[in-house]
Design a protein around this ligand. Structure first.
Ligand code: ZN
Length: 304
């Protein structure tokens, strides 16, 4: 059941009033800073919650979020011209670490780094795919309980570059080495974004939160709440959209796990990238009523 969709490429920027406390630890009476619901590096100022994060929580969250944005998603961000606070930080070239691929398909000799102008570089997505969150009760293959890396390299652009290096070096095949994805960092960042998004859309008192320990690094039991959509590869055809986020509820047929608030997120959906699903909490309000009231308000405000 999809209740709401936010498309950072098309929806207007929003600034929402302070929830009156830290949305992660619940602290009140402390200094609170504004919170980018979708990280600035992906969504610029798409949705900002004013005075919503305390300094303690920021100190815990920022390191893992920055590792994901800078190291894991850095090239992708540059390719899609994602925003950066510091223009000097924005790469003008993609640096591609190259390696010889030997006959067995394994990596051989290190061929060093090649610089390619961003405009000619291949789109590279370096993500993680996981089984569905275990709270949903889907059967999960124990051998694949942690999932694994998911990579996309745009071959129409990468192949000519790799072929040129192969010819120059006199080797058969050349491949691109991608940095390893830190699963916990990545899933924690998804949890944090999903939680903040649910707070922005529903209000901080509207649900019993499941993700605080995961976001604040006091639990690694992330697979219970964070994973990918069960049995769904790709929800839509080409959209050209770099990031989508949607809020909904689990279907009532799931019994104990039915009616929970979930947030769906996907990078560059048309590439069939992993459709991430995060179970953020149990509603404490009537969700249908909330959204009926919201759409009435939206129409009253002149929306269509
Ligand atoms: Zn806090």
């Amino acid at each position: 059941m999809i209740l709401l969709e936010y498309d950072i490429d098309e929806s207007p920027a929003r600034r929402l009033p302070s929830p009156g406390r830290c949305i992660y630890c619940g602290a009140t009476g402390v200094k609170l800073t504004e919170e980018h619901v979708i990280p600035f590096a992906i969504g610029k100022n798409a949705t900002i919650l004013e005075e919503a994060c305390c300094e303690n929580c920021q100190k815990i969250i920022q390191p893992y979020e920055q590792r994901v944005l800078r190291h894991q998603l850095g090239v992708f961000r540059a390719m899609v011209e994602a925003p950066t606070r510091n223009k000097k930080d924005r790469p003008k070239v993609i640096r591609l670490p190259l390696v010889e691929i030997v006959a067995s398909g394994a990596a051989g000799r290190d061929l060093g780094m090649r610089e390619v102008p961003i405009a000619q570089g291949p789109l590279i997505l370096n993500l993680w795919q996981s089984p569905p969150p275990s709270i949903l009760g889907e059967t999960i293959d124990p051998a694949n309980a942690d999932g694994g890396p998911w990579r996309f390299i745009e071959s129409s652009r990468a192949d000519p570059i790799l072929q040129a290096v192969a010819d120059e070096q006199g080797v058969e095949r050349v491949g691109i080495v991608l940095p390893p994805v830190n699963r916990l960092d990545y899933l924690r960042s998804l949890a944090k974004t999903a939680h903040a998004y649910a707070v922005a859309e529903l209000g901080v008192d509207s649900f019993e939160p499941f993700l605080r320990d995961v976001i604040l690094n006091t639990s690694d039991d992330i697979a219970h709440f964070v994973g990918d959509m069960p049995r769904v590869a790709n929800l839509e055809g080409p959209t050209g959209h770099s990031f989508k986020i949607t809020l909904g509820q689990t279907p009532p047929e799931l019994g104990d796990a039915g009616g929970l608030i979930v947030v769906f997120m996907q990078f560059w959906a048309e590439l069939g990238s992993p459709p991430h699903l995060v179970v953020v909490g149990r509603p404490l309000i009537d969700m249908d009523e909330h959204f009926t009231a919201r759409s009435a308000q939206y129409l009253a405000d002149g929306g269509d």
